[in-house]
Design a protein around this ligand. Structure first.
Ligand code: SAM
Length: 213
């Protein structure tokens, strides 16, 4: 038995209770050792359903939020996915384990370098770079899905343009205190969206985010 196996099983049971139904996703989150992505002082709380601090005043998202956003993104195996906000690398790991081809951008170099070490450790082939993800990553566009893990004041239009036909963008949009999770689907030149209320993320900072120029 591994460290925290029971706690991880309990986390999965809670996600199920809270309505996460995608069995493959539950299996993947039941396998990934979240405690390896968490900062040392918080390791004992790794499987609580809560966000936890990481370096640079950022957070690893709450397990329910990771599960809900991934379920809304609904990526197929082999899908090319862009993540904005690498943070600890946990969400990217979930997508990689689901068989996605993952590209991820983080504005804090220190966090990115740490996440890269995690990707190497687990053998994930994830494209990553330090920079402003509000403008997307045009080099590898279009994407079959884009997931933004920090809160934006509005949906950044470069990200819409980098979606392939039929693809989804999942992004929290609101003020600094509370956001709605917006799910935008591209259909040719038009976009439809729906939302779920009541999320709280750290701010998305950049050209098309907060403090943008
Ligand atoms: N997905 C992460 C994980 O699994 O640990 C959670 C990330 S945390 C909630 C949001 C991250 O977005 C932070 O690490 C923050 O530095 C990053 N961020 C904020 N604005 C950004 C931007 N414009 N481009 C890239 N990353 C950004």
């Amino acid at each position: 038995m591994g460290r925290f196996d029971d706690e991880r099983r309990e986390m999965i049971a809670l996600l199920r209770e809270r309505g996460i139904a995608d069995e493959r996703l539950l299996q993947v989150m039941g396998k990934i050792e979240r405690h390896l992505f968490v900062s040392e002082p918080f390791v004992n709380r790794s499987y609580d359903d809560t966000a936890l601090p990481i370096a640079n005043q950022q957070t690893i998202s709450q397990p329910y939020t990771v599960a809900f956003m991934t379920e809304q993104l609904a990526p197929k195996a082999g899908a090319k996915i862009l993540e904005v906000g690498t943070g600890s690398g946990y969400q990217a790991a979930v997508l990689a384990e689901l068989g996605c081809r993952v590209y991820t951008i983080e504005r804090h170099v220190e966090l990115l370098l740490h996440a890269r070490k995690m990707f190497e450790r687990f053998g994930y082939r994830i494209g990553s770079k330090a920079g402003d993800g509000t403008v997307g990553w045009s080099e590898f566009a279009p994407y079959d899905g884009i997931i933004v893990t920090a809160a934006a004041p509005e949906v950044p239009d470069p990200l819409l343009k980098q979606l392939s036909d039929g693809a989804r963008l999942v992004i929290p949009v609101g003020n600094m205190d509370v956001q709605d999770l917006i799910i935008v689907t591209r259909d040719g030149d038009s976009y439809s969206s729906r939302e779920t209320k009541g999320f709280k993320f750290v701010p998305l900072i950049g050209k098309k985010g907060w403090n943008g120029q």
